[in-house]
Design a protein around this ligand. Structure first.
Ligand code: SAM
Ligand code: SF4
Length: 328
């Protein structure tokens, strides 16, 4: 078992395979002016597979593929197939905006993907366009239906933004009434690539919970799975569940089991740090697997206690990089 310097288990890697995206959600990136990484800057699939093998050897057993939008990177399905063959890896999950995912769902099922997080901030087509700057809601809903039809678990991720989609909270939560989905509301974080200044979200987890309770006074707290970042609830009689992720308030750092690798191969041991290890460069300098493992273990033994400490350690570098360069 892999433990960090605070005694926390590390068993979960979030791997962002690209910074590019077919949407332009303004909580994540500005509409124009983002400099995409060049192909040479990105980790190659071979490098990602190598890194995954080393990390799985150390104790990682769950990998989430994210981005940017993972499905805009060429040959993703081949990479997923290769990844699924690594011994010791118990789970591969995906986070996607669902724009081009629907036709690939049968293949995802074959590869063994059992759970997908689908980002969906509103069920209103006009509002979807305002938030993502693209008119793609029907494709996202088609992906959700395809996933459910193929018996792949679906978690809906909705970022809650003051004045934009707070009227959507209840309609989104009502999806769990008849569908086996977990609808999770996420506090907005400042990782928007400079689209706007976001010092602290006006809708924090407490306000989100109050809004849900006003609609459903009998909303009940249900046990949170181990390492859960969401606080989970159920409306009696509803098929699915509702979760709230205090991503800005950072209430879950004490049991954080996750590390991140960015598209350019930078290791982040906290969402709020500025990157702690340049894995791509180490690999390209010719380090052996055991040497790479030593560097990783060193980083795991110097993890920040929580997101506040990690933010402080950025020494004034603002938290404003696009979430597409981190993976969520
Ligand atoms: N493109 C894919 C998607 O949207 O699902 C995967 C990458 S996206 C960066 C991963 C997750 O981060 C999404 O659920 C998205 O809603 C969330 N996210 C992006 N920017 C955010 C922000 N500023 N605050 C909170 N969540 C954010
Ligand atoms: Fe793209 Fe996901 Fe960022 Fe939206 S949240 S712009 S879908 S990477």
């Amino acid at each position: 078992m892999l433990l960090d310097n605070h005694g926390r288990t590390i068993n979960y890697l979030r791997l962002a395979v690209t910074d590019r995206c077919n949407l332009r959600c303004h909580y994540c990136m500005p509409e124009h002016g983002l400099q995409w990484l060049s192909r040479a800057d990105l980790l190659s699939y071979e490098e990602m597979l190598r890194l995954c093998r080393v990390l799985i050897g150390l104790g990682i057993n769950k990998v989430r593929i994210t981005g940017g939008e993972p499905f805009v990177r060429k040959d993703l399905m081949k990479f997923l197939t290769e990844l699924s063959r690594i011994e010791g890896l118990q789970q591969i999950n995906l986070t996607t905006n669902g724009v081009v995912t629907a036709p690939l769902v049968p293949e995802l099922k074959k590869i063994g993907i059992r759970s997908v997080n689908l980002s969906l901030d509103t069920l209103d087509r006009e509002r979807f366009f305002q938030i993502t700057r693209r008119d793609e809601l029907p494709n996202v809903l088609e992906t959700m239906e395809a996933l459910l039809r193929h018996d792949i678990a679906v978690k809906i991720n909705a970022v809650v933004m003051d004045g934009q989609n707070t009227d959507d909270l209840i309609p989104l939560a009502k999806m769990a009434q008849n569908l086996p989905v977990d609808v999770r509301f996420i506090e907005e974080m400042p990782f928007n690539g400079g689209d706007h200044v976001n010092v602290m979200p006006l809708w924090d987890h407490l306000r989100i919970l109050d809004t849900l309770r006003a609609e459903w006074p009998d909303l009940e707290k249900i046990p949170d799975p181990p390492f859960s970042t969401s606080m989970n609830y159920r409306v009696p009689g509803h098929t699915g569940t509702i979760g709230i992720i205090a991503a800005w308030s950072r209430t879950f750092c004490g049991s954080c089991n996750r590390i991140r690798v960015t598209p350019q191969g930078v290791l982040k041991t906290c969402l709020y740090d500025h990157g702690v290890l340049h894995l791509r460069d180490l690999m390209r300098e010719g380090l052996s697997d055991p040497e790479l493992a030593d560097h990783l273990i060193f980083a795991f033994n110097h993890r920040h206690k929580n997101g506040w400490e990690a933010e402080e350690a950025r020494k004034g570098i603002p938290v404003e990089e696009s979430m597409a360069t981190i993976g969520g």
